[in-house]
Design a protein around this ligand. Sequence first.
Ligand code: ATP
Ligand code: FE
Length: 348
Amino acid sequence: MTVLGIETSCDDTAAAVLRVGDGVEILSSKVTSQVAEHADFGGVVPEIAARAHAVRLPDLAAAALAEAGVAPAALDLIAATAGPGLIGGVMSGFTFAKGLSLAAGVPLMPVNHLAGHALSVELSGHVPFPYLLLLVSGGHTQLLVVEDAVTFRRLGTTIDDAAGEAFDKTAKLLGLDGAGGPAIEKLAVNGDAARYDMPRPLLGRPGCDFSFSGMKTAIRQHVEEAVIALDAADIAASFQAAAVAHLISRTARAIEMAGEARHLVAAGGVAANTLLRSELETLATSEGWQLVVPPLKFCTDNAAMIALAGARQYLHLGPEAISGVMRLAPRARWPLDEREADVTLGSG
Ligand code: ATP
Ligand code: FE
């Protein structure tokens, strides 16, 4: 089937056209970032993000369709993010998708943004179900067993900050410009990871939940207590080593709990981190597992993963999946192990 994907859950506006059948063919994939719009505010401003999505999406979707050489009425499906995320942005995108669906007479599939990340690995190749997923993004840090395109069993989640958030906050405390994760990674290259003490969260605690708030507090203290100039490279390296060690130790536990899975997939922006990738590779190899990490452009937010997840879920569930979609209210919170989007207006 030919499917248009739409993604507007945070500060990237994205549209993509895919052909999904036995395999996957990406006909077009466009992402525009709003980094410039939010730069002066030290973070994403929800109202500005929602407006920017509303302004950009019509042209971006038209451009994705034109590049793919597909007319709207020739689509078999429109797949749009319906949550979780910044609600104004999700509503901008999903409302646009409803309009296009009605105008073009094409069914609309609501997609959980996290399902997009969870299934994105198929954009770069086939991985058999079930697989263990480490989802490490700006807003989420979870370990899930992906049983099939619609069944996700959550083994662990963060009890406070997300991993990406911890990278971003550390970068901010160090006064670094631009995207937090890449800035920390770059600075850490020349740093001494053993220089600063970092907590080892949840050490020995059963299960595979995560916690990053202690690291943030430790870094703030190191920054405040620095008498002479603090060595930012050493802080960056110490934090990165501690964050990666924590992700690895919890993932090792999840491997014990993952049943039949023998593939480990990492997705989300933090999966771009080189140290994390190499440590995951070491862990997988020592367990006799195979590690699969999608290329960076599919790890961070994009619409190809939304188109793919929408198509796979629609093919799995059938047209039942979209009954009542025109009454569907997007959700700011939508845990991945809740299969249905909530159709009651106003529910969170
Ligand atoms: P969510 O999907 O949870 O709503 P999001 O879509 O905003 O969040 P992503 O785009 O998947 O998150 O990832 C962005 C995060 O990834 C940011 O917090 C960023 O700092 C982090 N990140 C990106 N590159 C790296 C890197 N090389 N090392 C560590 N973290 C990184
Ligand atoms: Fe995301």
